[in-house]
Ligand binder design. Structure first.
Ligand SMILES: [Zn+2]
Length: 109
């Protein structure tokens, strides 16, 4: 299975697992992804997300990348509210600390 198809399959699985069935999204390769292997941009009120993944990632990395990006959607409404009070860089650090704790607790590699 190709990386983009695998990513979409894993995203579908995690979005369903977290009950995010009212969201729609597309999936793209991102040649940039400067800081990580995956990325997501979203609009909370539109319930729309664009998930990206770097073309060079290995198949065994795709599941944890998909989980990481879906956890951004899990936290999206909270983050959008918090951004009205706190700075985006501050929140990004806090958000990633939460995401890493959840992924570690789930034992997803
Ligand atoms: Zn992230």
């Amino acid at each position: 299975m190709k990386i983009l198809q695998l990513y979409e399959k894993r995203l579908d699985g995690w979005m369903n697992a977290f009950g995010l069935t009212d969201w729609r999204y597309d999936v793209k390769f991102d040649p940039e992804c400067p800081t990580s292997d995956g990325d997501v941009h979203y609009n909370v009120s539109a319930r729309w997300a664009t998930f990206k993944i770097h073309r060079e990632v290995k198949a065994k990395e795709v599941n944890s990348i998909a989980l990481h990006e879906v956890l951004h959607i899990v936290l999206a409404e909270y983050t959008a509210q918090a951004e009205t009070v706190f700075s985006v860089p501050f929140l990004a650090g806090k958000e990633h600390a939460i995401i890493h704790r959840i992924i570690n607790a789930m034992g997803v590699k």
